[in-house]
Design a protein. Structure first.
Length: 366
């Protein structure tokens, strides 16, 4: 943290324009004089000591998808963060938020929407590892840094509502967030990294529909629908564990890895996780399936093959890996209700266990 007198601050920065009005803490754009005589436009954000600690942590983090924080200044009991002024390269406008970008161009295609959310995840990975949560992720707090290509490049801004994660689950004294993007648990309890995951799920939905969350629901690609539903689950424990896991799911739909481009493997439970132990479990199960299915076909005929293939292999695998490709056939009223979905999965396991016995008994009686 840099300590300055008011005179030193005035000599270093030339205030250009106030960006916020009617708020306790102001935000300005300013010109910063540098030794090489090339002035730099920066954003000055006033804040209290608690918020200043977040921006001090950001000073130590460089990420292509986070607006850079150059320094935190203290003078006369005031704290000011000096942050990057994000210009929209390739746009007629000097600056452009993600919400303005969607307003101009309409809903994004799947590739662009997924890519933007992957950038958000990558931007938050290190920030979350440092023990902080953003708490106010929304398209208005995401700036477009480059829109010259089909996929816009972004930078996350406005960490004024961010805070250190408190594992004691003590409710926040100040509720931070925006209706539609705010995780429901943050209203009555402490925000966690999974609260940001909820916001990313809402952002993905809004990018694909072109409308605010709640005004429209995405109903296109069932794989992406499943990602949105899991990310925005009302129970944080049923969401993705962290932004890295969410990023894996998003990159899978983008076809980044070779295995993601093979139609058959894309649909198989286990290979969609990009988690080594799950992929190995799935691979072992499929190899076993082939071995036992061939043996059953040779000894019991087609009925034995179907019994082994369906009841002992496919159903358990589907249940283990969140229903796999068949999730789309489960009614939304069950998918979105954690208790009903758990009962449904247990019933599927019991069915796969006892159905073959019942079928065998019926065949023998006949």
């Amino acid at each position: 943290m840099t300590i300055m007198s008011e005179q030193e601050f005035s000599d270093k920065f030339l205030i250009h324009k106030e960006l916020s009005t009617g708020k306790q803490y102001c935000t300005f754009t300013a010109m910063l004089d540098r030794p090489d005589d090339t002035p730099l436009t920066v954003v000055l954000k006033e804040m209290n000591e608690k918020r200043a600690s977040v921006y001090e942590a950001l000073c130590k983090i460089w990420n292509p998808y986070i607006a850079e924080t150059y320094e935190v200044i203290k003078f006369d009991d005031r704290y000011i963060a000096v942050t990057e002024y994000v210009c929209a390269n390739g746009s007629d406008k000097e600056t452009l938020t993600l919400s303005e970008y969607v307003e101009l161009l309409g809903a994004l295609d799947k590739k662009a929407a997924l890519s933007v959310c992957v950038q958000i995840c990558e931007g938050l990975e290190e920030f979350h590892k440092q023990g902080f949560v953003h708490r106010d992720l929304k398209p208005d707090n995401i700036m477009i840094s480059d829109c010259t290509g089909d996929i816009p490049k972004i930078k996350i801004v406005d960490f004024g509502g961010a805070k250190a994660v408190d594992m004691r689950n003590i409710p926040d004294t100040t509720v931070v967030g925006t209706l539609g993007y705010q995780a429901p648990e943050t209203i009555s309890s402490n925000a966690t990294n999974r609260s940001d995951i909820y916001s990313i799920g809402c952002i993905l939905s809004s990018l694909l529909t072109g409308k605010e969350p709640g005004l429209a629901h995405y109903s296109g690609d069932h794989y992406i629908t499943a990602i949105i539903e899991k990310a925005t689950n009302e129970d944080p424990s049923h969401r993705y564990a962290d932004v890295t896991v969410l990023k894996k799911a998003l990159t899978h739909e983008l076809g980044v890895h070779i295995i993601d481009r093979i139609p058959v493997l894309r649909a198989l439970p286990g290979f969609r996780t990009h988690t080594l132990w799950k992929e190995l479990t799935a691979a072992f199960s499929y190899i076993s399936m082939i071995f036992f299915a061939v043996a059953a076909l040779d000894k019991f005929g087609i009925s034995g093959f179907i019994e082994i293939f369906l009841f002992y292999i496919i159903v358990p695998l589907i249940v283990i890996f969140n229903m796999g490709d068949l999730l789309r056939f489960v009614p939304k009223s069950i998918r979105r209700n954690n208790r009903r979905f758990m009962v449904f999965k247990v019933a599927a396991v019991l069915f796969s266990t006892f159905a073959p016995i019942i079928v065998d008994n019926l065949i023998r009686r006949a």
